[in-house]
Design a protein around this ligand. Structure first.
Ligand code: SF4
Ligand code: SF4
Length: 464
């Protein structure tokens, strides 16, 4: 018998539908009060989120974006944390209608050998990446938990002239408490799992076969991860499968459940929007949010959970990524290959979905800098033990940016020394000099000035 690790059915479809219905009647005064509350960075409850989702008035939508931008600047500052996905296996026993890796798609599947993992990681490190997200389909025979453990150990064991991969997040199928415990033991960063859709009938219609068909086993995965000792979990929805308003409220309910039960909700929320993929049946995506709706929903999430990091992948175009950063995104991938072995053998790679922003990592990084942002390769919290509720209390006190900015500047300096040419180094130096005075604490500011000198002199991996 399956152990769900949670008896509570915390996603109540009827409750969400009622919320959305009742929110339609909100008065202008009520919307204004909710926006004022969001403006004080107090977050929002379900009803308030529902009201904003139902708001159509241009002046209110404009204010939602304004506040989202303010929260973004105040809590996260100008840094954007960089990561890259590493697909290690596309074997999958599930039949998710929207995915190119579904079990009935006939293509040459593969799983990386440890030598191939090393080769992919070598390439990723040579692009400057320090933070990876390991991705694999679900297949207990071809891709058992022992394999994922070995992948993590292999990655963490690698040392390069310029450092190493310092944090490995993992995105694998819902599994058992025991397996999560094993992942914790080998040093998982965040455990990431997308819900795909919180709407159970849609979920069951699109997950045609395989263990993932069990809506509640999938939905309670973070409970089991927490029970297994993983206190950083990252949620997300595949926007397009069902009404985005329902999905945003689903995310809120899930987050609240985790907060109540474990004292900490999502460490991050990802907002993938469905894309074409070879072998996938994209016609099932009947609810793809328009660009305007997508921007609005991201901004509302930013208002609702101001202290939760938000992640955007290369599914979105360069233009959309630029807009999304300004209203809440704090973490992004760059130079991504979304197929197994894609970094070393690009031509043979079968991608899970189409990438919209296919610029190389270096170009994305330089673009961020030209936008006045600070690309950050920071992995400090995980390595300092600032995870789970320790992380959240720092975030909620507003003090997180006092470590994010210094770490962003030090890691950018390191990146410039190791991967940049002279022109890039000059550009990075100007950016670093411009931002150092923004560090409020005198001691920390001086430490960063000293550490930048030490990094230029050859020291590496300095962080607070
Ligand atoms: Fe397999 Fe994940 Fe694709 Fe579903 S979404 S078919 S579980 S790889
Ligand atoms: Fe992320 Fe912590 Fe680094 Fe800030 S200091 S960028 S929250 S790891």
């Amino acid at each position: 018998m399956l152990d769900y690790g949670c008896d509570e059915r915390f996603i109540d479809r009827q409750y969400i539908e009622n919320l959305l219905e009742s929110a339609k009647g909100a008065s202008d005064e009520e919307v204004t009060e909710i926006l004022d509350k969001a403006d004080r960075f107090e977050g929002l409850n379900h009803h308030e989120v529902a009201v904003l989702l139902q708001t159509e008035k241009p002046e209110f939508i404009e204010r939602i974006f304004e506040i989202a931008g303010k929260i973004k600047r105040h809590i996260y500052g100008d840094r954007i944390v960089m990561f890259a996905p590493l697909y290690v296996s596309d074997y999958c026993v599930n039949k998710c209608a929207y995915c190119g890796f579904r079990c009935d798609h006939n293509f040459q599947r593969r799983k990386l050998t440890m030598d191939e993992v090393r080769e992919e990681v070598r390439i990723l490190e040579s692009m400057g990446h320090k933070r990876l997200a390991v991705e694999a389909g679900e297949d207990p025979v071809n891709c058992p938990i022992e394999y994922i453990e070995e992948v993590l150990r292999t990655i963490y064991d690698m040392k390069f002239q310029n450092g190493e991969i310092r944090r490995v997040n993992v995105n694998i199928a819902a599994t058992t408490v025991e397996n999560y415990r094993r992942l914790k033991k080998v040093g998982i960063g965040t455990y990431i799992l997308f819900q795909e859709t919180y709407h159970q009938p849609t979920y069951e219609r699109l997950h045609l076969a395989g263990p993932k068909r069990d809506y509640w086993y999938h939905t309670t995965a973070f409970d089991r991860a927490q029970l297994g000792g993983i206190d950083d979990v990252g949620g997300g929805v595949l926007f397009g499968l069902y009404d985005y308003k329902f999905e945003v409220l689903g995310l809120m309910l899930h987050n609240e459940h985790l907060e109540k039960r474990f004292g900490t909700g999502f460490h991050t929320i990802s907002v993938p929007r469905i894309r074409e993929a070879d072998g996938a049946d994209i016609s099932v995506a009947r609810y793809v949010p328009t660009d305007d709706e997508f921007l609005k929903l991201v901004a509302i999430i930013r208002l609702a959970v101001p202290f939760t990091g938000m992640i955007i992948s290369t599914r979105e175009s360069y233009e959309m990524r630029k807009k999304l950063i300004s209203i809440g995104i704090s973490q992004m991938s760059g130079g991504s290959c979304v197929g197994v072995g894609g970094y070393s053998k690009h031509e043979e790679n079968v991608p899970q979905f189409e990438v919209a922003d296919d610029r190389p990592t270096g170009e994305v990084i330089e673009w961020l800098m030209d936008e006045g942002l600070i690309p950050s390769f920071c992995t400090a919290c995980y390595r300092k033990g600032r995870t789970g509720d320790r992380f959240m209390s720092l975030a909620k006190s507003g003090n997180i940016k006092n470590v994010c900015l210094p770490n962003a500047l030090m890691t950018l300096c390191e990146y410039a020394q190791d991967y940049g040419n002279e022109r890039f180094r000059e550009k990075a130096e100007k950016l670093i000099e411009k931002h150092i005075p923004e560090i409020q604490n005198d001691k920390v500011r001086q430490l960063v000035i000293d550490n930048v000198k030490r990094i230029k002199a050859g020291e590496r991996d300095l962080y607070i």
